[in-house]
Design a protein around this ligand. Structure first.
Ligand code: SF4
Length: 351
């Protein structure tokens, strides 16, 4: 599965699932969006691991996400759990991708056998690359890992983060990747921003219109299931009621999927966006921006929710996703990533 295929599915409600296995990470990258460290208590104990497996085993061939993205923290701190979840999801027909910071490659790019076993079971493998990260894991080691994974036949991508379109780091790093790998390593380039995670899971937020990030449920490291992957939302407790989809201790995938598809408020966020909803309820722009405005939406359902609850609301939701998908992954990244680099996610496609 290529990066562009994952991105193509991103606007489709419940077509994907983000599973944050842990908040722990051995790296100490200065900009880390998930505030990860090895001290974090958000690391799955035995009961939580069982819950994760039970949740993924509730997928069926007719009711399963098309793609599962394993994230963290660092998901490869748990290679056996990641492997078991991968095989369970694939058994129902899902494809599985994993995003890693490559902590294990710091000393020369070697991949320990348990981690290689997990990576080679995946349908897609993504690695992070940015300036603070390179101080922890040298670029040469990252390239060595990617070459090894490509040799094993697993499609790969890089998730690069910079300060903006003019960041010289991004120009240098993307040129180096193209020089080393040509078009074999697609790149998803994001900007460090105050809020949000990316189109597949890391950084970035919507620009003010409809929010495609409300399409895929996210399982937080504590097992809470949220309607979006914005890091500030994932970290917030209690979760705003309209963005909470359940908990893996109590809910299975068909339940989470149904709530994702049927929630009138989530349909409205996906079709109109939170700014529009706030304006219709008499609220102005929220202090703190787009996602802050979404989190502050009134819990009480209003007339718009009533209108979005029926068959017309479902149809509008489907049409909105179809329209976004028709625009393609590059258009999605122009809105949600670092626009001048959006084309690198789908090498060979018309820019
Ligand atoms: S908080 Fe709301 S607007 Fe922000 S990414 Fe999540 S669903 Fe979208």
């Amino acid at each position: 599965m290529e990066l562009s295929e994952i991105l193509d599915l991103r606007p489709e409600p419940a077509a994907g699932l983000l599973l944050a296995l842990t908040r722990r990470c051995p790296l100490a990258c200065a900009h880390c969006s998930t505030d990860s460290s090895m001290d974090s208590p958000d690391h799955p104990d035995r009961p939580r691991r069982s819950q994760l497996l039970r949740f993924v085993r509730s997928f069926t061939p007719k009711q399963r996400p098309d793609v599962v993205l394993l994230t963290g923290g660092e998901p490869l701190l748990l290679p056996d759990l990641a492997h078991a979840l991968t095989r369970a999801a694939q058994g129902a027909g899902s494809q599985v991708a994993l995003l890693s910071g490559l902590f294990f490659a710091r000393d020369g790019g070697r991949i320990p056998p348990p981690i290689l076993r997990t990576i080679t079971a995946l349908d897609h493998f993504s690695a992070s690359l940015d300036a603070p990260h390179e101080r922890e894991v040298p670029r040469a080691a990252v390239f060595r890992v990617l070459a090894r994974v490509l040799d094993a036949g697993v499609p790969v991508s890089l998730h690069l983060t910079g300060t903006g379109p003019d960041d010289p780091y991004l120009a240098d790093a993307t040129a180096a990747v193209l020089h080393e790998f040509g078009e074999r390593v697609p790149m998803l380039v994001n900007e460090v921003r105050a809020v949000g995670r990316s189109t597949t899971g890391r950084t970035a937020t919507g620009p003010g219109g409809p929010c495609a990030m409300a399409a895929w449920p996210t399982v937080a490291p504590d097992g809470t299931v949220l309607a979006c992957c914005s890091q500030r939302t994932v970290d917030r407790r209690p979760v705003p009621p309209h963005l909470r989809l359940g908990h893996i201790a109590e809910d299975d995938w068909p339940t989470v999927r149904r709530r994702t598809l049927d929630s009138p408020r989530l349909r409205l966020i996906r079709v109109l966006g939170p700014d529009h909803l706030r304006a219709r309820t008499g609220g102005g722009p929220a202090e703190g921006g787009y996602c802050a405005g979404c989190r502050a939406l009134p819990a009480q359902p209003g007339p718009d929710d009533d209108a979005a609850a029926g068959a017309a609301g479902r149809l509008l939701d489907q049409l909105s996703a179809a329209r976004l998908r028709a625009q393609g992954p590059i258009a999605l990244l122009r809105r949600h990533g670092c626009a001048p680099y959006a084309h690198l996610a789908q090498p060979g496609a018309p820019a």
